[in-house]
Ligand binder design. Structure first.
Ligand code: PLP
Length: 389
């Protein structure tokens, strides 16, 4: 029975049963696959036959995982990576040539920024940054060498939002590849291909796993682009492990219900903190006070699970707040069942110079909260006691 429902496909799109008639898909922990004869082997290598050859290329578990993501994002094809950063780097490495230029929002994940500023320049690939809150300035940065327009929305860690429809049209006008890191939203909340994205990238380590267990990444999108990325990955080896794919495919079965609660908790916490005397500022996409609230409402089904807050008193107050936390975790991850509190300026984005941090919206007192699935009363009470210490 065909369904167009996200929840049903997340559960029912699975590998064909084996002769054992298992209900839950087994793990295919095998590095390679066997051939019937020399002709079968030859035809498989020339791709006259579509089949699994070697798990660096494809594996039943990674295929199941990526096909779910492809369906959720409304994409044509995809490839599963060992980590989100492997997905980001492989996309650039496969699609960019020496001399190409990227236009990107300045507010991107710290390691993506390091790729743009330290590694891509090794191959004469340059990047121009724009302020995520000034989309009008993008067009002036586009040159005849610009190949990719790159954004995250919501951004990490500032939860800024950019109008994806506007960017999709701009990319089309200038014949750019529009690439969106959709990690903070997940396809349950937002599908960038609807707005004209050519490729969508995920760190599956975050909300897709949702339980802080495994690393993973994905790129999905137009099949000709995915083909290039696949060939790069097949030859360079950043493939997702079948074990991680098995875990992640199971996690996707519960993505919708988890996201509903994550976002409900995050909105309640945001509303609570907005009125808190010890908080200077709260940023959350579905708070009316968010500068891009209207855009967020248009392109996102829910507000996500990340809040950016400024504690009254700046850096010192922010550090004291972190030190007083009791239940929530101080950890570098996000999108876990456990609520996580981080200080981006001294951790995930510490490689950025102070002025780069500032222009990416990372002030010294900024605290990022990844709201988990504990009872909201307990989350609020831990944060409240830490603010009042
Ligand atoms: C927006 C975003 N993109 C990419 C990554 C990298 O993902 P991974 O840690 O799986 O390599 C992260 C990690 O935090 C992220 O937040």
């Amino acid at each position: 029975m065909e369904s167009n429902k996200f929840e049903t496909n997340a559960i029912r799109n699975q590998l064909q049963r084996s002769q054992f008639q298992e209900h839950s898909v087994p793990m295919y922990l095998t590095s390679s696959f066997v051939f019937d004869d020399a002709e079968d082997m030859r035809a498989s290598f020339t791709e006259e036959k579509v089949r699994n050859i070697y798990s660096r290329f494809t594996n039943p578990n990674t295929s199941e995982f990526i096909e779910k993501v492809v369906g959720m994002e409304g994409a044509e094809d995809g490839y599963a990576f060992a980590t989100g950063m492997a997905a980001v780097f492989s996309t650039f490495a496969a699609l960019l040539e020496s001399g190409d230029h990227v236009v990107s929002a300045r507010s991107v994940f710290g390691s993506t920024h390091t790729l743009f500023t330290k590694y891509l320049p090794k191959w004469q690939i340059t990047t121009s940054y724009f302020d995520i809150n000034k989309p009008d300035e993008i067009e002036a940065l586009i040159t005849e060498n610009t190949k990719i327009l790159y954004v995250e929305s919501p951004t990490n860690p500032g939860v800024d939002i950019i109008d994806l429809e506007y960017l999709g049209k701009l990319a089309k006008k200038h014949k750019l590849l529009f690439v969106v890191d959709n990690c903070f939203a997940t396809p349950y909340i937002q599908q960038p291909m609807k707005w004209g994205a050519d490729l969508v990238i995920h760190s599956a380590t975050k909300l897709m796993d949702g339980q802080g267990r495994v690393l993973g990444g994905a790129v999905v999108g137009k099949s000709d682009l995915v083909r290039e990325i696949y060939l790069f990955a097949r030859n360079t080896g950043p493939a997702m492990s079948p074990f991680n794919a098995w875990v992640l495919s199971k996690s996707l079965e519960t993505l919708a219900v988890r996201l509903e609660r994550h976002c409900e908790n995050a909105l309640k916490l945001a509303e609570y903190l907005e009125k808190h005397p010890k908080i200077a500022h709260v940023k959350y996409p579905f708070l009316k006070s968010h500068p891009q609230y209207d855009t967020a409402k248009r392109q996102m089904k829910l507000g996500g699970n990340i809040l950016a807050i400024q504690v009254q008193g700046g850096l010192e107050a922010g550090r004291n707040f972190l030190n007083a936390i009791q239940m929530c975790s101080l950890s570098a991850n996000l999108g876990d069942t456990r609520t996580i509190v981080t200080h981006p300026a001294s951790t995930t984005h510490s490689k950025l110079a102070p002025e780069e941090q500032f222009s990416a919206g990372i002030t010294p007192g900024l605290v990022r909260i990844s709201v988990g699935l504990e009872h909201i009363d307990d989350i609020i009470s831990d944060i409240d006691q830490a603010l009042n210490k």
